[in-house]
Design a protein around this ligand. Structure first.
Ligand code: GRG
Length: 298
């Protein structure tokens, strides 16, 4: 059960992110109109915005200015939105619905969807580069580098490549974990690091703890996603292990079963909480976002 205090906090920050994304996306009447319309269609008014919420919570822990964290969180969300648009394409997961609406290539066309993804990725880095996010410009460069690494072939895109390669294969649990640490986890870790980097200088020990925390919740996010997917498919079609399993992709539920997958998510939640307890300042918001990730129903 989410506390009303957390709900209020999250609602306020969701509004900040929405306004920031709205104002930085190209306007509808600005040419090329179809591309800009499609960019706004995929980014605005949808999604849980988990990554920006993590950035806000990590920023709060580290004394960051909220306007700076908003920009950093929006940049991460733009990368996330681009990844979903490309992931939905026929050459990847071939999905027709996203966030309850037709996917970008269905509503527009495949070429537009490709360009939407490219343009959102560029816009993310533009946002990070054009505003002052930290007092130290070298630290800001580190943030840009961090997001570039997390989104690239040694992060999210690499994880996606492993995912595509895993179709029809049996993966061991460590192999599945390796894939998700990259595909889903890298961007979640970047959200935490970038949010915190907007605040006070981070010493290595604190950075290491925060990163371990983010690794735990990145994996937990994916485990819960697999469980929710399996539950939704079971409710709709009878006994199956979820859409990915139907597509012949290994998932935590197909490897562990639903009960053990839930237990794994809870163990990761506890590890995340324990890691936060080792920080010297209260990490209430990060704990609340962690619990939201584990307890979410969508
Ligand atoms: C195409 C380079 C490239 C990468 C795609 C993250 C990813 C890599 C694909 C997404 C596929 C997917 C559905 C993975 C399951 C976990 C996940 C990232 C779900 C979607 O994220 P949410 O739940 O989405 O945060 P919302 O809609 O709430 O923003």
């Amino acid at each position: 059960m989410m506390s009303t205090d957390f709900q209020t906090w999250a609602t306020e920050r969701l509004a900040l992110i929405e306004t920031c994304l709205e104002s930085h996306l190209p306007a509808l009447n600005c040419a090329p109109e179809r591309l800009h319309d499609a960019m706004r269609y995929v980014v605005l008014g949808g999604g849980k915005r988990v990554r920006p919420l993590l950035a806000f919570a990590a920023g709060e822990l580290n004394g960051a200015d909220e306007a700076r964290v908003t920009l950093a969180g929006a940049a991460v969300e733009l990368i996330h939105a681009y990844s979903l648009v490309h992931d939905d394409l026929p050459c990847m997961d071939d999905d027709v619905l996203r966030r309850g609406k037709p996917t970008c290539h269905v509503k527009y066309d495949q070429a537009t969807a490709l360009l939407v993804g490219d343009s959102l990725q560029s816009l993310a880095f533009q946002l990070l580069a054009e505003s002052r996010l930290t007092e130290d410009p070298y630290e800001q460069l580190e943030m840009i580098k961090h997001l570039a690494f997390a989104a690239g072939s040694r992060g999210m895109a690499g994880g996606q490549a492993i995912d595509l390669d895993s179709v029809g294969k049996t993966l061991s649990l460590p192999e599945l974990e390796f894939m998700h640490i990259h595909k889903t986890g890298a961007l979640i870790r970047a959200a935490v690091t970038l949010g915190a980097s907007c605040g006070n200088q981070l010493d290595d020990a604190r950075l290491k703890r925060l990163d371990h925390f983010a690794k735990c919740i990145g994996l937990a996010f994916q485990v819960v996603d697999d469980v929710l997917d399996a539950e939704a498919t079971t409710a709709a079609l009878g006994k199956t292990a979820g859409k990915d399993a139907e597509n012949n992709k290994p998932t935590y539920v197909s490897i562990l079963g639903a009960k053990q997958a839930r237990e794994l998510a809870e163990a990761l939640q506890q590890d995340a909480h324990r890691t936060l307890d080792q920080l010297e300042s209260s990490a209430l918001r990060l704990k609340q976002v962690t619990d939201f990730i584990i307890q979410r129903k969508f």
